[in-house]
Design a protein around this ligand. Structure first.
Ligand SMILES: Cc1cc2nc3c(=O)[nH]c(=O)nc-3n(C[C@H](O)[C@H](O)[C@H](O)COP(=O)(O)OP(=O)(O)OC[C@H]3O[C@@H](n4cnc5c(N)ncnc54)[C@H](O)[C@@H]3O)c2cc1C
Length: 453
């Protein structure tokens, strides 16, 4: 199908990957799209915004760098509180959610894992509820599939107890399952003695959410400029897409690039973002698990181990892995390669592998998963009768932006936000930041933005 510049069209039928390709080719011309995602959803109209041309706003109250879920929800929270604010969101890519926000597992997490007192624990439970009601209002489907956490050993059962008490103290609804009850919920899953059932966990399509969010923002008067990268700071102005815009306050929500952007405001100086690449292995379309299946995670690691997730459209996939990447946007081949960045990140990754036993364990276990057979071997521990021949297609990778504290040489496990001169820097919007985004954005706006309550 051909889309010409400025054309408003009623319906584009495509799968999620085809939609991405269309947007990549026609980023400047696409203004509205009704999309079919995963061949199942018909008729959503997303305003994707047109890039190109000169910026209408030469002066704004709030500039948000990054049209990922953090940037868009911060803009939303600000405009809801202060409807007269002039808000501009810019992104260097031609469509919203081009990085982590459009390339994640699409799991609406329940908040079972996080220690009370952390920002993740605080926002995940609220975020789950907030997205459910937002999705209902926006007409975005949520699959209420729930999730089981299964044990493989006696030691895992003891760790499940820890998760149970962490989760219930944060307000997550959890139930113990014996083998029979587990089988009734998900016949494919297997466990050692007991499993935990989190009925609040769900699935949505992150790209669909991002489109609907952009749509809402446009309707509320927020300007979103795509293909319009932030370039530099100049006194009370910034240069974006080659043009100077006067700004009252800047929110840096640049994901993988957030530390580099922050440095221009002398913020985040003892941090660096390390990229971790996540791959997905899809089952044949006829494999349709009813629920997500997760192992008991190693709670000292930032990632959750090999698991099965169900997409909003009903496909089942294994992953994501969490392999250290050598540059921030290393999705495949050499694209996005920045040689200086590779040297720096390579040195950091190596330094951590040598000095931090947790990272060393993580690196070794992730390295194995580059092999499909090893990944399947780990996955096989969670289910009955997995047939390798039915798990052959790799999905689009996503890259996690994980903050390294350069003083302690440790990975940061919670959100990090730093204020600086007339700016706020979101430095560690780690998983499950998608789930947490709505209340997290309220927190950022209420705590750091200067526009009053
Ligand atoms: C593989 C994977 C699986 C995950 N699974 C889940 C899950 O199931 N559930 C969940 O809740 N969370 C999940 N997460 C976490 C979640 O997706 C991310 O934490 C979240 O999307 C981060 O959002 P963000 O807006 O900070 O970053 P991003 O989505 O990366 O957005 C940052 C944006 O900034 C833009 N940008 C960068 N530099 C500039 C510049 N100079 N000028 C203009 N724009 C710029 C980028 O183009 C990008 O669009 C997962 C993440 C990954 C990678």
């Amino acid at each position: 199908m051909l889309i010409s510049r400025g054309q408003t069209f009623a319906s584009v039928r495509c799968d999620r990957h085809a939609m991405t390709r269309i947007l990549e080719r026609h980023g400047e011309g696409v203004e509205k799209a009704a999309v079919v995602i995963d061949e199942q959803y018909v008729g959503h109209v997303g305003i994707l915004s047109a890039g190109g041309g000169t910026l209408p706003s030469k002066s704004v109250d709030l500039l948000v760098i990054g049209a990922g879920v953090v940037g868009l929800t911060v803009a939303r929270s600000a405009i809801l509180r202060h409807p007269t604010l002039r808000v501009l969101v810019v992104d260097k890519e031609p469509f919203v959610g081009a990085h982590a926000s459009g390339r994640n597992s699409g799991v609406l997490h329940s908040g079972v894992y996080y220690k009370a007192g952390t920002l993740k624990a605080r926002f995940c439970v609220d975020g789950n509820r907030a997205w459910r009601s937002w999705c209902e209002e926006a007409g975005v489907a949520v699959r209420s599939c729930g999730k089981v956490i299964v044990a493989q050993t006696e030691a895992d059962v003891a760790k499940l107890e820890t998760l149970h008490s962490r989760g219930t103290s944060s307000g997550v609804r959890l139930e113990w399952l014996d083998g029979k009850q587990l089988e009734a919920i998900e016949p494919a899953a297997r466990t050692h003695q007991r499993a935990l059932w989190c009925s609040d966990t769900g699935a949505f399509d992150p790209e669909e959410v991002m489109l609907a969010l952009a749509d809402e923002l446009a309707a509320r008067g927020v300007e979103i400029r795509l293909d319009c990268g932030f370039e530099r700071r100049e006194d009370d102005a910034v240069v974006v897409g080659g043009e100077t815009v006067k700004v009252g306050h800047v929110v840096n929500a640049a994901g993988l690039q957030a530390d580099k952007v922050a440095r221009l405001w002398n913020a985040g100086e003892h941090y660096r973002i390390l990229p971790f690449r996540g791959l997905y292995l899809y089952g044949e379309p006829e494999i349709q698990f009813r629920t997500h299946i997760y192992p008991v995670p190693d709670l000292t690691m930032p990632f959750l181990g090999v698991h099965f997730t169900v997409t909003r459209g009903g496909r089942t996939k294994i992953g994501p892995t969490a392999m250290p990447a050598l540059w921030r946007e290393q999705y495949g081949g050499l694209s996005g390669l920045v040689p200086g960045e590779m040297l720096q990140i390579g040195a950091d990754q190596l330094g951590m592998l040598l000095s931090d036993p947790t990272v060393r364990r993580l690196g070794m276990s992730e390295l194995r998963k580059l092999s499909r057979s090893q990944l399947l071997a780990d996955a096989r521990a969670l289910v009955n009768g997995l047939d390798a021949r039915q798990w052959t297609s790799w999905g689009r990778p996503g890259i996690r932006a994980q903050l390294l504290d350069l003083k302690t040489r440790r990975l940061h496990m919670d959100f990090v936000v730093e204020p600086a001169e007339r700016s706020t820097h979101v430095l560690n919007a780690i998983s499950p930041a998608f789930t947490c985004a709505l209340p997290f954005a309220d927190h950022v706006v209420e705590t750091y933005l200067p526009f009053g309550r």
